[in-house]
Design a protein around this ligand. Structure first.
Ligand SMILES: C[S@@+](CC[C@H](N)C(=O)[O-])C[C@H]1O[C@@H](n2cnc3c(N)ncnc32)[C@H](O)[C@@H]1O
Length: 205
């Protein structure tokens, strides 16, 4: 039993180091970049002409990945923490829960968009249940925003932590979207409760 646990810890550590080193070599600002690459390989939703909103974008790994694929589209990224410039990515320093944030998104794109991605996570307090709840609240707000800014075929992809608020997120996602899929990327730490929810095709409410 002990041996199995040690082997698992060793593999987890090796996995983490692997993605950390890889991110350094490829110049990505976060190991999270590999989660988006993996999810895009699976769901193939980012296209060269996509209009994409990246919520909780700093330090910028996901925006870097999106900017490598998107040529004729547009990318808007937002975070409460600053983000160093990435070519083809427009950044706004903004709490995405602010009332006027929706208007800023509308003004920037001037039409309904294709993709909202959110890797937002609340600041950790040390209390895992509270942290997962607060990150879940960010996802619920992002879902409301996505339902307003996305076009009919739009995609919403968001980080969540399995926990007490999960059912509420799933219910809201199913209310807004026809397709809702949970996905745990290989590059996400296996011991973490982090998973992603991929939603597609807005329902007419
Ligand atoms: C895990 S990091 C995102 C990493 C990013 N996807 C990348 O690849 O570099 C989570 C981010 O969510 C941001 N965040 C948390 N609450 C937010 C809010 N209310 N509005 C905007 N950003 C927020 C944090 O500041 C943090 O930068």
């Amino acid at each position: 039993m002990k041996k199995n646990k040690n082997t698992k810890n060793w593999l987890t550590k090796r996995n983490r180091e692997h993605f950390f080193k890889k991110a350094k070599v490829h110049g990505y600002r976060s190991r999270s970049a590999y989660k988006l690459i993996e999810m895009n390989n699976k769901f193939k939703f980012i296209k060269k002409e996509s209009l994409l909103l990246d919520l909780g974008s700093s330090p910028g790994g996901w925006s870097q990945v999106a900017s490598e694929i998107i040529y004729s589209g547009k990318i808007l990224a937002a975070d409460i923490k600053n983000m160093e410039k990435i070519k083809k990515v427009n950044f706004i320093l903004n709490d995405v829960n602010d009332k006027d944030f929706y208007l800023k998104v509308e003004n920037f794109f001037n039409r309904k968009i294709d993709i909202v991605i959110s890797d937002m996570a609340a600041n950790t307090t040390g209390n895992k249940n509270l942290d997962s709840y607060r990150t879940g609240e960010l996802c619920l707000n992002a879902l409301d925003l996505a339902s307003k800014v996305l076009n009919e075929k739009g995609v919403f992809l968001s980080k969540i932590f399995m926990g007490s608020i999960f059912n509420e997120i799933q219910e809201k996602a199913k209310k807004y979207f026809k397709k809702v899929i949970k996905y745990k990327p290989l590059s996400s730490k296996s011991e973490s409760k982090e998973i992603y929810i991929f939603c597609k095709d807005l329902s007419k409410i």
